[in-house]
Every structure is written in structure tokens, then in C-alpha cells.
Design a protein around this ligand. Structure first.
Ligand code: LIP
Length: 278
């Protein structure tokens, strides 16, 4: 198996993400060419494809042995398989719907997983100039300043990010609405901002106390997972128990206590796992 120099991987990826950020910052102001994918509200633009191409071509020439899972490559028929090999997991524009509407809650997300563990996480909201970074065992940072979760333990005091998602499956929509109805009288506030990755980073920076979502993919969580855990937060499955990157569900919280309280309240939904070959 290829061995990695984590610091070198981080530096190379950071440079490429900054370059891709210039592209996103410029493109968000312009008219986009929009196509749909799994549903009428699951969108892709030429910028999603261009950013993914830039990142994969830069990373693969620096690290020819490494593997890739990229949102748009998978949409084009590529594989979504996580092995023990060093694997870059990329969402070129997380929050594509927001990007399409020039709503600046959108980011580039790049995670490096090795032996199925997160080693590097980079999340860049280029429009608002927020660069979240994490290396395993070295803490999490926003624009080079160390960040940490809020430490909140009480549901009644918690600000929560939920999501609507891009699946129109009636069972999924019912799960979303049921959970919001359950939570409204129990928490401080609920928001739905449109980017799973940024939601996770906002838990990491202490801006919100919990986020959860069903139906997202490995690329929506791979980098955010490390940013949250390195900021002292908790990432678990939505019904409690260990987080599984390929299970397409996530619950992040500032503390274990809060995560467990949330998991007990949530109606569950299980989409087909990532990586299932047909
Ligand atoms: C988006 C997620 C968001 C989710 C959307 C979509 P994309 O990712 O981050 O949280 O609610 O359905 O999956 O498609 O913009 O990269």
C-alpha cells in the first residue's frame, strides 16, 4: 500500500483548493449552465465539473497511487468504493443549489482517508473566505485560527441545522418534516442552510450545536467529519452508534450527551448505501 506524508498531502491539496476557490468565487456571480441528476432539485453545473477536474488532475499527478471518489465522477458512472488505500473524497461544490442561486453558503470539500480513517480535511467557502482545515491529531482551524465546538449539552439550549435534501422520495420528505415537527418545541432553534459539509464545520466552530442529515453521500461528510472531530465534537450515526461514511446519514454534535439525546428523538431513514454495485 502507498504510504503517505500527511503534511505534503495537505499542502498540495490546500494549494489546489485555493485555486479552485478562485474559479467558484468568479463563477457564482455569473449565469450557470444547469443540469439535473437524481431528481429535479439535485443539480450540477459546469463549475462543479471544472472544480472536480482541477482537483483530481492536480492530486493524481502529485500522488499517482492514490484513489479518488468524486461526486461528479460517480454521477458520470465512476465507482464509489472506499478501500484501505489512500483515497481523496471530493465534493467540488457542496451546496450546488445555493451556488446556482448565488447564495453564498457553498464550499469545496476535500478529505483524504487512509485505511478507512480520516487523515486530512479541507473545506473552503471561497465566497465568504472561510477556510476550514484539519489534520488528524492536530486540531481544527478556521482561517488558521484554532476552533472548537460549543460544549452545549442541553437540547433546550441547542441551535440545530437540519436539511431538506435533494431527494423527493416521499418517505425521505416525511422523515424530514416529522423530525422538524418533533424538534421545534424541544430546541432553541432550527435552520436548513443547504450544505451538509458547511453545517458540520459550523458545529466545529461552535456556531451551531447539532447538525444531522439523511440521504447525503460520502463526499458530503468525508472532510467535515475530521473538522468536527478535531474540534472536539462528536460524529455518530443518526440512531446512535458509530458513524459509517458509506451509510448516507450523519449526526454531529458539540458533545456526546447532546448527540445521544438527539439520536433518541429522530425518526430514521435508510437510503441505499454508497458503493453498492448493481
Ligand atoms: C448537497 C448537500 C446538502 C443536501 C443536498 C445536497 P451537493 O450536496 O450538502 O446538505 O441537503 O441534498 O446533497 O449536491 O450540493 O454537493
Amino acid at each position: 500500500m502507498a504510504s503517505i506524508n500527511k503534511q505534503e498531502c495537505f499542502s498540495v491539496a490546500l494549494k489546489l483548493v485555493k485555486e479552485a476557490g478562485n474559479l467558484v468565487r468568479d463563477a457564482i456571480k455569473k449565469k450557470k449552465r444547469i443540469e439535473t441528476k437524481s431528481s429535479a432539485v439535485d443539480l450540477v453545473t459546469e463549475s462543479d465539473k471544472a472544480v472536480e477536474k482541477l482537483l483530481i488532475s492536480g492530486l493524481s499527478s502529485a500522488f499517482p497511487d492514490h484513489k479518488f471518489i468524486g461526486e461528479e465522477s460517480v454521477a458520470a458512472g465512476g465507482k464509489c468504493v472506499l478501500t484501505d488505500e489512500p483515497t481523496w473524497i471530493i465534493d467540488p461544490i457542496d451546496g450546488t443549489m445555493n451556488f446556482v442561486h448565488s447564495f453564498p453558503y457553498t464550499c469545496i470539500s476535500v478529505g483524504l482517508w487512509v485505511k478507512k480513517e480520516a487523515e486530512v480535511g479541507i473545506v473552503y467557502n471561497a465566497v465568504l473566505e472561510q477556510m476550514f482545515t484539519a489534520l488528524k491529531g492536530q486540531g481544527a482551524f478556521l482561517n488558521n485560527e484554532k476552533i472548537s465546538v460549543s460544549g452545549e449539552t442541553e437540547l433546550s439550549q441547542a441551535l440545530i441545522f437540519s436539511e431538506i435534501g435533494s431527494s423527493l422520495d416521499p418517505e425521505k420528505v416525511d422523515t424530514v418534516l416529522t423530525n422538524i415537527t418533533t424538534l421545534i418545541p424541544k430546541v432553541h432553534g432550527i435552520r436548513a442552510m443547504g450544505s451538509c459539509t458547511l453545517n458540520m464545520c459550523y458545529v466545529a466552530m461552535g456556531g451551531v450545536d447539532v447538525c444531522f442529515e439523511f440521504g447525503i453521500h460520502a463526499w458530503d461528510m468525508a472532510a467535515g467529519y475530521l473538522v468536527v472531530t478535531e474540534a472536539g465534537g462528536v460524529v455518530i450515526d443518526t440512531e446512535g452508534g458509530p458513524f459509517d461514511l458509506m451509510r448516507r446519514r450523519v449526526l454531529c454534535a458539540s458533545t456526546q450527551e447532546l448527540a445521544e439525546k438527539m439520536a433518541k428523538l429522530l425518526k430514521q431513514y435508510q437510503p441505499e448505501r454508497d458503493g453498492v454495485t448493481k
